[in-house]
Design a protein around this ligand. Structure first.
Ligand code: ZN
Length: 381
């Protein structure tokens, strides 16, 4: 029995959310469109693991030692296997099952599967939106036959062996005696038609492996680890069948200056002690160009100053933006010239003559100031 936890790289105690995140990461890593066709089996294994571990009922079965997707592989599946066999015979009796009376030929045209790709964007693109580019390897429509799979616009012809039925009747012996059953026609593989002269480019499949560049519209305010869906941009199906959807996983690269918290941007600014005391206007680089930040007189370390509306565009209210919050760090000078030291001593004499120090279990609040969160709240108004 495959260890599905190991396949997804999570512990047995992993939460639903952790399993989901691990699955997204693994499915991206091993998706054949990204990793290459040789990872097809690994990709299936990852999907199988997620199918079981994301379903509470299946997960419970699995944790008890039964693989719900592959009961034969686990302990008490013998009985179930016998049941399946019985079901088949009933199916043939009552007209169910593969290729029995009433089922038509298998269409040559099949819907295409979904495809997956990945883009990384910078924080600026997440704030304002934009277009990201990626290239995907997937099936595209055959350019020579346009999906028909035939040469020179020929049409598939009725299969002479099954007369277009797609299956052939056979007599089989079962424990209930001789029975008529049907199996797909060998000559047309169940299609009921044959292509006499297959297109040389796609060998009759109507589709070919292609590399395609895709422009992905990134909505402003997108969050890290989002998945976008591009309808009908996925894999073209057999026989030129309608394309599946293309999913794009979007990750936002960390920015060297700003971190993001919801719709707000945060940065830390180191300022000299004199600016903190006297106040100062400085220019800072924002995603909207240079903006002036006014440090008020008597600014304390960890004070937060907000520039309203310079944060991230709100995903669900595109005309609104979060704030940009600058956190102050007051830099205490460590090397003073003789003159500076003299001035500092004079300052201390004037200002700190009756200063006293306090010890306590928690950080004391500077006089007339609120705690950090109160100050951020004030800053944001
Ligand atoms: Zn072709």
């Amino acid at each position: 029995m495959a260890d599905y936890y190991e396949v997804l790289g999570v512990t047995r105690e992993a939460s639903e959310d952790e399993i989901k995140r691990a699955y997204r990461k693994m499915s991206r890593k091993y998706h054949p469109d990204i990793a290459g066709p040789e990872f097809e089996d690994k990709f299936k294994e990852v999907n199988n693991a997620y199918d079981v571990l994301s379903d509470p009922q299946k997960k419970q079965m699995y944790d008890q030692g039964v693989d719900p997707n592959n009961p034969q592989a686990s302990g008490f599946a013998q009985g179930a296997q016998g049941f399946d066999g019985f079901g088949d015979i009933f199916g043939q009796f009552f007209g169910g099952g593969f290729g029995s009376a009433g089922q038509g030929p298998i269409p040559r045209t099949q819907p295409g599967r979904d495809a997956l790709s990945h883009v990384s964007i910078d924080l600026k693109t997440a704030i304002f939106g934009g277009v990201a580019h990626t290239s995907i390897h997937t099936y595209g429509l055959c350019p020579d036959c346009g999906g028909a799979g035939t040469r020179n616009g020929e049409k598939p012809v009725t299969c002479p062996d099954c007369k277009g039925q797609g299956f052939r009747q056979k007599v089989v012996r079962t424990m209930l005696g001789q029975m008529m059953t049907s199996a797909p026609c060998d000559r047309c593989e169940g299609h009921g038609t044959i292509i006499e002269h297959p297109c040389q480019t796609c060998m009759g499949h109507g589709r070919v492996q292609t590399k395609r560049n895709v422009g992905v519209t990134i909505p402003a305010g997108i969050t890290d680890d989002s998945r976008l869906r591009l309808a009908s941009q996925g894999e073209v199906g057999e026989g030129g069948g309608a394309a599946g959807d293309l999913y794009i996983d979007v990750s936002v690269n960390p920015d060297p200056q700003y971190t993001r918290d919801g719709d707000d941007l945060h940065c830390w600014i180191q300022i000299p002690m004199s600016w903190a005391v006297l106040g100062h206007d400085i220019d800072i680089d924002t995603f909207d160009g240079k903006k002036t930040l006014s440090i008020p007189t008597g600014c304390q370390s960890e004070d937060a100053i907000a520039l309203k509306g310079l944060g991230v565009t709100k995903l669900r209210a595109q005309s609104e933006r979060g704030n940009l919050v600058a956190h102050m760090v007051v830099d205490t000078p460590t090397k003073l010239s003789d003159r500076e030291e003299k001035l500092m001593m004079e300052f201390a004499k004037l200002h700190d003559a009756d200063a006293h120090h306090t010890t306590g279990r928690s950080r004391p609040k500077p006089k007339g100031r609120k705690g950090l969160f109160g100050r951020i709240k004030d800053a944001l108004g």
